[in-house]
Every structure is written in structure tokens, then in C-alpha cells.
Design a protein around this ligand. Structure first.
Ligand SMILES: Nc1ncnc2c1ncn2[C@@H]1O[C@H](COP(=O)(O)OP(=O)(O)OP(=O)(O)O)[C@@H](O)[C@H]1O
Ligand SMILES: [Mg+2]
Length: 237
């Protein structure tokens, strides 16, 4: 469970102070698939980075799985991220020199998982997302949609409690976007995976259980997607 209370993030730019977030309170339950939406500059990425422990708030409190994250040392914070959180970004961020397989197991290696275990986990997740026949490919030998699926496999390989995704479909055509969203939806439904995803595409609301809309660093609405979108994106077998 994610609980945020009165979160603020201010950037002091010298002459100007930017109030990126002005007091965000929310609770996200295990297994929810939540979309964060709103205009450019409204604070979506800032909020995702704070909840994902990639940045620190200038005010307020975050509890993840019952832990007040402010109490974690930098080392514990890093371990928490490695062990319990997963991330997918819009630019995939694959390591170009590494193969598909190596990209997926890199963080497991860093975490100290045994070779047999991380190779088996990697094969299992790549099978799951339909890329088991691309193990030895480098990123420039894959389509954009396939690269993003590798990035998702990498985020999912250690079964994180929460998956954070910042505009994961931004560089994809609509068919590849649907593949990514279908995959998120399946993982969410089958594994009760909590997913927090930033998006600016209205049709993505078909996939979300809940949509949080930001404006100028504040939540202006939080609830089910509008009726015309609700649950339409469940058309997988
Ligand atoms: N590192 C930073 N330093 C200074 N200001 C920043 C920084 N990061 C973000 N901001 C500012 O904070 C506000 C919120 O930015 P944020 O990136 O969270 O917006 P966003 O909703 O993700 O926008 P987009 O849809 O364009 O990605 C913006 O006004 C932005 O200019
Ligand atoms: Mg952003």
C-alpha cells in the first residue's frame, strides 16, 4: 500500500521557486492499476519519482508497505528500491551493449541472486511477454514495442510490489501501446500487481481502475475513469 500525506516538492531555482507539487494526499491499495494524468508540467513525473523513491519531497510524508520512507538510510532506501520497486520509463533505458537476456537480469545480478536463479527467472518472464526467442538480440535489433517489453520484463523480473511507469507508451505506435497496456493489465489482474502509470492519452483510461488528475501540483480529481472508458481495455483472453 502507498500512502502519501500532504506531499510537496519545491525546486529552488535561485530567482524563481517552482512549486511542482503543492500538497498531495493519496492512498493506493495493493493490486490497483492507477493512472496519473494531467497537462504537461502539472507534476506527474515529480509525483511518480517521489512515490518511487527516486527523489525526496520538500514536505509531507510517504509510507510504502507500512514503512515511513523518511526513516530509511540511503543504503536501505537503495535496497528497498532494488528489492521491492520496479520502473519503466518512456525511453526504455536499456543498456545498448547488453543482450535482451543480460538487460533483464542485470539488476538481479547486482542484487546478488544466484546465476541459476536469475537465468531461470529471466527466461520465465521473457517467455511470458513473448520474447524468449530474442534472448541474444541487442536493443538495435528490436522494434520499439519489443524494446519496451524488454524494459517491462526487466522491471518485473524480481516481482516488485509496485511497478512505476512514466509514459511507457510515449514512443510507441498505437498497436505497440496496446500490447504494452494489455501486458500491464494482465500482470495487474493475474498477479495483483500494483501499477502506478503516468499518461497523457485519454484512451489509456480504458485500462485504469482509477485515474488521478493533477493540475498545477494539486489533485483535481481522483476516481474511476469516465463511463465511456471504464474497463474497455479488458479484451484479452
Ligand atoms: N529538476 C527540476 N528543476 C526545476 N524545475 C523542475 C524540475 N523538474 C520538474 N520541474 C518543474 O516542475 C513542474 C512539474 O514537472 P513534471 O516533470 O513533474 O511535470 P509533468 O506533469 O510530468 O509534465 P510532462 O507531461 O511534460 O512530462 C514543471 O513546472 C517543471 O518545470
Ligand atoms: Mg513527465
Amino acid at each position: 500500500m502507498i500512502v502519501a500525506e500532504n506531499l510537496a516538492r519545491t525546486y529552488d531555482m535561485g530567482k524563481v521557486i517552482v512549486h511542482a507539487l503543492r500538497g498531495i494526499s493519496l492512498t493506493i491499495q495493493k493490486g490497483e492499476f492507477v493512472g496519473i494524468m494531467g497537462a504537461s508540467g502539472s507534476g506527474k513525473s515529480t509525483l511518480l519519482h517521489l512515490l518511487g523513491l527516486l527523489d525526496k519531497p520538500t514536505g509531507g510524508q510517504i509510507m510504502l508497505g507500512g514503512i515511513d520512507v523518511k526513516t530509511l538510510s540511503d543504503r536501505k532506501r537503495t535496497r528497498f528500491r532494488l528489492k521491492r520497486l520496479g520502473y519503466v520509463f518512456q525511453d526504455y533505458a536499456l543498456v545498448p551493449e547488453l543482450t535482451v537476456e543480460e538487460n533483464v537480469y542485470l539488476t538481479s545480478m547486482i542484487r546478488g541472486t544466484s546465476k541459476e536463479e536469475y537465468q531461470a527467472q529471466t527466461l520465465a518472464i521473457l517467455n511470458r511477454i513473448g520474447l524468449a526467442d530474442r534472448l541474444a538480440h541487442k536493443h538495435n535489433e528490436l522494434s520499439g514495442g519489443q524494446q519496451q517489453r524488454v524494459a517491462i520484463a526487466r522491471a518485473m523480473v524480481n516481482k516488485p510490489e509496485i511497478l512505476f511507469a512514466d509514459e511507457p507508451c510515449a514512443n510507441l505506435d498505437s498497436e505497440s501501446s496496446r500490447n504494452v497496456l494489455d501486458l500491464f493489465r494482465q500482470i495487474n489482474r493475474e498477479m495483483a500487481q500494483t501499477i502506478v502509470m503516468v499518461s497523457h492519452e485519454d484512451w489509456h483510461m480504458e485500462y485504469f481502475d482509477r485515474v488521478i488528475i493533477l493540475r498545477d501540483g494539486l489533485i483535481i480529481s481522483d476516481g474511476k475513469p469516465p463511463e465511456e472508458f471504464y474497463q474497455k481495455g479488458c479484451n484479452y483472453s
